[in-house]
Design a protein around this ligand. Structure first.
Ligand code: 1CP
Length: 382
C-alpha cells in the first residue's frame, strides 16, 4: 500500500533542494523544451562497458545489484564516460521479486529464471508482499549514487506488472509469453491478483528509489507488444497505473516504456506517466499523433541496430529522430530499446556529443536543427 505518512520528498532530495530541478531531463519530462536536448540510453549501465565487465568478474548479477558500492559504481560509469544527461540505477526488474522471497536468479546469457514458475491460484496466494525494510541495500546504493551525481538526475525504475508476470508465469525468458496470456483468460481472478501483487512489489521498489534520491522513475513494460489492445486496456493497464500510483504523491516525473507498443501507445500514454518511451518501429512524429490526447513527452527512439552502422548512417538517423521528435511537446533522446552488449562504447559518446550539438532539437526549415549545445564530457555535476 502507499505510505500516506510521507507526503512529500525529503528536503535533502535532489529535486527538493534544487540540484536536479532544472536539469534538462527533468524539464523535458515535465513538458518544457530546454536549450539542450537531454539524452541517455536504456541499458547504458552494464554489458557494453569494459569497466563494467571488469568490475563484475566473480560477482553474480543479483549479488552485484545488492552490493551498494558496486551498484553505485556501475550506475556512475556510463555517466562519467559518455556525459549522458541521466544515470539509470543499476539493478534489475526482478530484484524486488527476489527481495519479496521468490526463488529467482539471473542466469548469464539468458536472464531471469525462476526456481518454480507461478501458475496457479495457490501459487499466487502464497506470494508474500515486499517489506520496504528489505530495500535497505537499494536505498543505500541510490543515496551513494546521487551524492556523486550532483546536478545529473538519477532515474529509478521498475518492471511493469505484465512484464514481471511474463517471467513469473513462464519461469524465464520466453518469446510470446503464451502461458502468461493463457492464464489471463483461463483464470482472470488469479491473473488480477498476480498483477496486483506485481504492481505493489514494483511500486514499493520505485518508491524506495525515489525517496532515496532518484529524480525520475521509469516503468518498463518491455513485453507489452505481445498483447492485443483489448487485453492491454482491460487486464493490464489498470495494474500499471497501480504501480505508478505508489510514487504519485512524491511529484517525481515518470516515464512509461514498452517494446512493440505501437498498437497500445495511446493506451500506455493514458496510464498517466509524464513521458512515453517509443521503440524504433514508429517515427516520433507519428507517435506524437498517436498520443495527442495525452499531454506527454516522448522518449526515444534511435534504432539500436544503427549503433553498429557507419557513422554517417547513424548520424543521419539521429538527426532524423531529433527532427521528428520536434513534433512532441518535449523530447528525451534515447534508444528504441537497450544498448546491444557488443556496442562500441565510443559510438555512444559520439551520439551524446551530436545530440548536445543540436540545441533544443526544434527543426529549422532545411531539416537540420539549430543550436550551439554543449559537448559531452563535462563531467559529473557540471
Ligand atoms: O551479467 C549481466 O551483465 C547480466 C545482464 C543484465 C544487466 C546488466 C541483466 C539480466 N539485467 C541487467 C541490468 C538492468 N536490467 C538494468 C540496469 C542497467 C541499465 O538499464 O542501464 C535495467 C533497467 C534492467 C531492466 C530489465 N531487466 C528489463 C527491462 C528493460 C529492457 O531492457 O527491456 C528486462 C526485460 C529485464 C530482464 C532481464 N534481465 C537480464 C536480462 C538479460 C533480461 C532480459 C531477458 C529476456 O530476454 O527476457
Amino acid at each position: 500500500m502507499i505510505d500516506s505518512t510521507t507526503v512529500a520528498l525529503p528536503s535533502t532530495h535532489p529535486l527538493a533542494d534544487g540540484r536536479t530541478a532544472d536539469a534538462p531531463l527533468v524539464r523535458a519530462l515535465r513538458g518544457d523544451r530546454p536549450e539542450r536536448l537531454p539524452v541517455w540510453f536504456m541499458r547504458q549501465a552494464g554489458r557494453s562497458l569494459p569497466e563494467y565487465r571488469e568490475l563484475r568478474v566473480g560477482t553474480a548479477m543479483l549479488d552485484a545489484c545488492l552490493d551498494p558500492a558496486m551498484a553505485s559504481e556501475i550506475t556512475l560509469q556510463p555517466v562519467r564516460r559518455h556525459g549522458v544527461d541521466a544515470g539509470i540505477f543499476f539493478s534489475d526488474i526482478v530484484v524486488p521479486i527476489k527481495l519479496a522471497g521468490v526463488d529467482v536468479d539471473i542466469v548469464p546469457g539468458r536472464g531471469p529464471v525462476l526456481g518454480r514458475p507461478i501458475r496457479t491460484a495457490a501459487d499466487v496466494a502464497a506470494l508474500e508482499s515486499l517489506d520496504p525494510s528489505a530495500l535497505t541495500p537499494i536505498a543505500e546504493a541510490v543515496a551513494r549514487t546521487v551524492a556523486e551525481l550532483g546536478t545529473t538526475p538519477l532515474i529509478g525504475f521498475a518492471g511493469a506488472p505484465f512484464t514481471l508476470a511474463a517471467y513469473l508465469v513462464e519461469g524465464g525468458p520466453s518469446k510470446d509469453h503464451i502461458r502468461a496470456r493463457t492464464l489471463m483468460h483461463a483464470d482472470p481472478e488469479t491473473w488480477d491478483r498476480l498483477l496486483g501483487w506485481a504492481a505493489d512489489v514494483s511500486g514499493v521498489f520505485l518508491r524506495a528509489q525515489v525517496l532515496a534520491g532518484a529524480s525520475a522513475a521509469q516503468l518498463f513494460d518491455s513485453w507489452v507488444g505481445s498483447l492485443s489492445r483489448a487485453d492491454y486496456t482491460a487486464r493490464v493497464a489498470p495494474h500499471s497505473a497501480r504501480a505508478l500510483a505508489h510514487v504519485a504523491d512524491l511529484g517525481v516525473p515518470t516515464i512509461h516504456f514498452g517494446v512493440g507498443s505501437g498498437e497500445v501507445l495511446a493506451d500506455m500514454a493514458a496510464v498517466g506517466a509524464d513521458a512515453v518511451g517509443v521503440d524504433w518501429r514508429i517515427p516520433l512524429d507519428d507517435a506524437a499523433r498517436r498520443v495527442a490526447d495525452a499531454d506527454v513527452t516522448l522518449q526515444g527512439n534511435i534504432d539500436p541496430a544503427m549503433l553498429a552502422a557507419p557513422w554517417p548512417v547513424l548520424e543521419a538517423h539521429v538527426r532524423d529522430v531529433v527532427v521528428r521528435g520536434g513534433a512532441a511537446r518535449a523530447h528525451v533522446v534515447n534508444l528504441g530499446h537497450g544498448v546491444p552488449p557488443e556496442t562500441d562504447p565510443t559510438v555512444l559518446t559520439r551520439v551524446v556529443g551530436l545530440v548536445h550539438d543540436l540545441g533544443d532539437g526544434r527543426a529549422t526549415g532545411d531539416g537540420r536543427t539549430t543550436g550551439a549545445g554543449r559537448s559531452a564530457h563535462e563531467g559529473l555535476g557540471a
